[in-house]
Design a protein around this ligand. Structure first.
Ligand SMILES: Cc1cc2nc3c(=O)[nH]c(=O)nc-3n(C[C@H](O)[C@H](O)[C@H](O)COP(=O)(O)O)c2cc1C
Length: 206
């Protein structure tokens, strides 16, 4: 087994996990990947009383940060906004004395209820998921992080019936292992509109 090169921190946020078809299975896969730390924010902070010092310490220990969530109103569930508001402090994440996150990698892994054709020009959501999540892209930029485009599964409510969940989970696991072992081509990945390691051959042979 190759040595772990990069620890990956996943902040998982799902307000209704018992109804989840895809995001919760993604969390279950992730918690078994060596080198990945999975944090269930709604379980850990049911009253939104986020432990800022603990969260900042955890961030320092990891090279990659992933938000894992369903898309809610073209963004993340509220918990991830609360986490940003409290944890990404001036003097820690940005500004004078900041820079704790500089050089780390960040992206969102999310599912959307709408199908893929709803996104982008001509679709009823008008914008691509990458465009809709641009506040996260700028969050990463301000903090000096490398931003990768979102890893997305569209049409989550019908995904199981369409038989696409297992393949998505396999690609997700491959992606996490590639990150941990530093085998993902970050330069190439960051140029795309979405993170699609299967199609774009972003992962080097192990
Ligand atoms: C409050 C709320 C807001 C939502 N907003 C969106 C949205 O903006 N775009 C979209 O495609 N789906 C939206 N959905 C659908 C969810 O993204 C979908 O239910 C989710 O991907 C299912 O997650 P799962 O993979 O855990 O089953 C929304 C659902 C809820 C409950």
């Amino acid at each position: 087994m190759a040595p772990l090169r990069n620890k990956v921190l996943i902040l998982f946020a799902h307000p209704s996990p018992r109804r989840s078809q895809v995001v919760v299975p993604m969390a279950r896969v992730a918690e078994w990947v060596p080198g990945v730390t999975l944090v269930d924010l709604y379980a850990d902070y049911p009253n939104l009383d986020i432990d800022v010092d603990a969260e900042q310490a955890r961030l320092r220990e990891h090279g990659t940060l992933i938000f894992l969530h369903p898309m809610y109103w073209y963004s993340t569930p509220a918990m991830l906004k609360e986490w940003q508001d409290l944890v990404l402090e001036h003097g820690f994440a940005y500004g004078e004395g900041g820079g704790a996150l500089a050089g780390k990698t960040f992206f969102s892994a999310c599912t959307t209820g709408a199908g893929g054709d709803a996104f982008g020009p001509g679709g009823y959501n008008n914008f691509t998921v990458r465009q809709l999540l641009v506040p996260l892209e700028q969050m990463a930029a301000l903090c000096g992080m490398r931003y990768l485009p979102p890893f997305v599964l569209h049409g989550s409510r019908t995904a199981r019936a369409r038989g696409v969940v297992e393949a998505h989970l396999e690609v997700w696991e491959d992606l996490l292992e590639a990150l941990v072992h530093d085998r993902l081509d970050l330069e190439l990945a960051q140029q795309a509109d979405r993170l699609d390691p299967a199609r774009r051959r972003l992962i080097a042979e192990g």
